[in-house]
Design a protein around this ligand. Structure first.
Ligand code: UTP
Length: 294
């Protein structure tokens, strides 16, 4: 059995839900406390045993490449000032090889994944969306790889959402369940409200067999006029088993404003260095608000 050693991080979307902040800055570079979102995702891949990553970028996304590149001038400056802790922090992702490919037009997630096909070749691979952070004891991608190794099949990360949210996600129609692993009848992208076959939503983490590329190759458009990864997964599911795994952990959607604010607050509260200060600060702000509202 081939091991999962490569990962694709699609990061070429327009980020329209976060305009105007994302007009000139990639949303994947928006910082959660002191690190850009995409760095948390690269770290999850490293901790899951991934050896090579390809980031799919597009117009206006150069900051991502610069972020993961060495900056000798900055390193020299920090070294001279004896700031070794900062020096270690800026090169944290250097343990993994990162490649880049450009998606010339943001035609959808399925198309972004297809752009990386030559890098993947004939191996199973992971996909981690560039705007979803998952916090868990065992890294989310590692959980999926473990399931892939047991089932020898593609495995898609899912979690439960409320009825009102089902039209924002790819939703599975499960046919059987063993612990957290589901067999799936059908994968449906963004079903209209009230028509979702379940509340189990695809959450930005995948381990896929390379057979998926034969379906992405067709470049068929789906929901929203985009080339959808979910549609290709459904076709793959008709050819070979594709499982869904209800992974353990908290998933943060950093690609929309409220999700970003929540993630920032929670991560700041958990920060070892200044978490308690942030808690005090929040209490102070809320107390001041309730005082002025009386
Ligand atoms: P999203 O749909 O959340 O990203 O895609 P978006 O299109 O940038 O966001 P909005 O809806 O306009 O606000 C999930 C991930 O897939 C990438 C995005 O960069 C994001 O990390 N993506 C999406 C691509 O790489 N290419 C695409 O064509 C679409």
């Amino acid at each position: 059995m081939k091991k999962v050693k490569k990962a694709i991080i699609p990061a070429a979307g327009l980020g329209t839900r976060f305009l105007p902040a994302t007009k000139a800055m990639p949303k994947e570079m928006l910082p959660i406390v002191d690190r850009p979102t995409i760095e948390y995702i690269v770290e999850e891949a490293i901790q899951s045993g991934i050896e090579e990553i390809i980031i799919v970028t597009g117009k206006g996304k150069r900051a991502i490449e610069d972020h993961f590149d060495r900056n000798f001038e900055l390193e020299d400056n920090l070294a001279k000032k004896g700031k070794h802790d900062l020096l270690a922090k800026i090169n944290q992702s250097s343990q993994v090889e990162i490649h880049y490919i450009r998606q010339k037009e943001p035609k959808g997630l399925g198309h972004a994944v297809w752009c990386a096909r030559k890098f993947i070749g004939d191996e199973p691979f992971a996909v981690l969306l560039g705007d979803d952070i998952v916090q868990s004891e065992v890294p989310c991608t590692k959980q999926l790889i473990e399931q892939y190794e047991q089932t020898q099949s593609s495995v898609i990360g899912v979690q439960t959402v409320s009825d009102e949210e089902t039209n924002r996600y790819g939703i599975i129609d499960p046919s059987g369940k063993e612990d957290r692993l589901y067999q799936v009848n059908q994968f449906v992208e963004k079903p209209a409200l009230g028509t979702a076959p379940s509340n189990l939503a695809i959450m930005g983490r995948y381990v896929l067999s390379p057979e998926i590329f034969q379906f992405l190759e067709k470049q068929e458009t789906g929901a929203g006029g985009e080339i959808q990864l979910t549609d290709a997964i459904q076709k793959l599911n008709e050819l070979e088993n594709v499982y869904a795994y209800d992974f353990e952990g908290i998933r943060y959607d950093v690609g929309e404003k409220l999700g970003f604010i929540r993630t920032t607050i929670e991560f700041a509260l958990e920060n070892e260095e200044f978490g308690p200060q942030v808690e005090e600060l929040l209490k102070e702000i809320l107390a001041k608000r309730s005082f002025t509202q009386v």
